[in-house]
Design a protein around this ligand. Structure first.
Ligand SMILES: [Zn+2]
Length: 221
């Protein structure tokens, strides 16, 4: 009776105590780590959290720019008529609907041109993909707009033009509205400027490839 408690205590206490001490020490180390870790750890976590949205915004911006660019190209090629891309040889009438009010004339201006009309205030459209190179009032009082590219030099007169020298314009883009400004006359030869008559666009097309005027009627079909 007296003998068995003593021998049993010694080994069992030693084993449990060692295991318990090791276990407590491990927990103690983890707790100590946790006590020190949170401060630098939290600071790092905040930096990461702030950094991530900033990166996402940077990534998002070029994506939007890319979409806008694509839309522009689609609109441009859509307006660019059968010849599809912004080919310099593309040509179209300066109005969606129009009537030819005078055949080839204009030799007093030093060129050959036609008169084309769609009605007072009608949108005047660029016949080519090009650049506005001149905008002035000539000696007859005609507002004169020149748009050109590597192939064509297009001169239009009498309109209220809304573009400026240096503007890049696409075929079909609005460049002004039809008017009767400058030297326009009615059927009896009376000046129409300031009167309700003579609204049209005087249209000349110079073909740089042949170094001569083109007949606009052949270009617009
Ligand atoms: Zn004319």
């Amino acid at each position: 009776m007296n003998s068995y408690p003593a021998p049993r205590y010694t080994p069992s206490i030693d084993g449990l105590t060692l295991a318990a001490i090791l276990f407590m020490a491990l927990i103690g180390l983890v707790l100590v780590d946790d006590l020190f870790a949170p401060q630098p750890g939290a600071a790092k976590a905040k930096e990461v959290t702030l950094g991530q949205p900033a990166i996402e915004l940077v990534v998002a911006e070029p994506t939007v720019v890319a979409e806008t660019t694509v839309v522009d190209e689609e609109v441009g090629s859509g307006q660019g008529n059968p010849s599809k891309s912004a080919g310099d040889g593309a040509f179209a009438a300066p109005y969606k609907k129009y009537t030819i009010t005078q055949g080839l004339h204009g030799f007093s201006y030093g060129h050959a041109a036609i008169d084309i009309a769609a009605g007072q205030g009608a949108k005047i459209l660029s016949p080519i993909n090009g650049e506005v190179t001149e905008l002035y009032i000539d000696q007859y009082g005609n507002p004169t707009l020149v748009i050109e590219n590597d192939i064509y030099r297009v001169t239009m007169m009498h309109g209220e033009y809304t573009v400026n020298v240096g503007d890049q314009v696409k075929l079909g883009q609005k460049v002004g509205r039809e008017s009767n400004l400058g030297y326009t006359t009615d059927m009896s030869g009376q000046l129409c400027a300031g009167r309700n008559c003579g609204y049209h666009t005087h249209l000349n097309v110079f073909d740089k490839r042949i170094g001569d005027n083109s007949n606009p009627l052949e270009l617009i079909d």
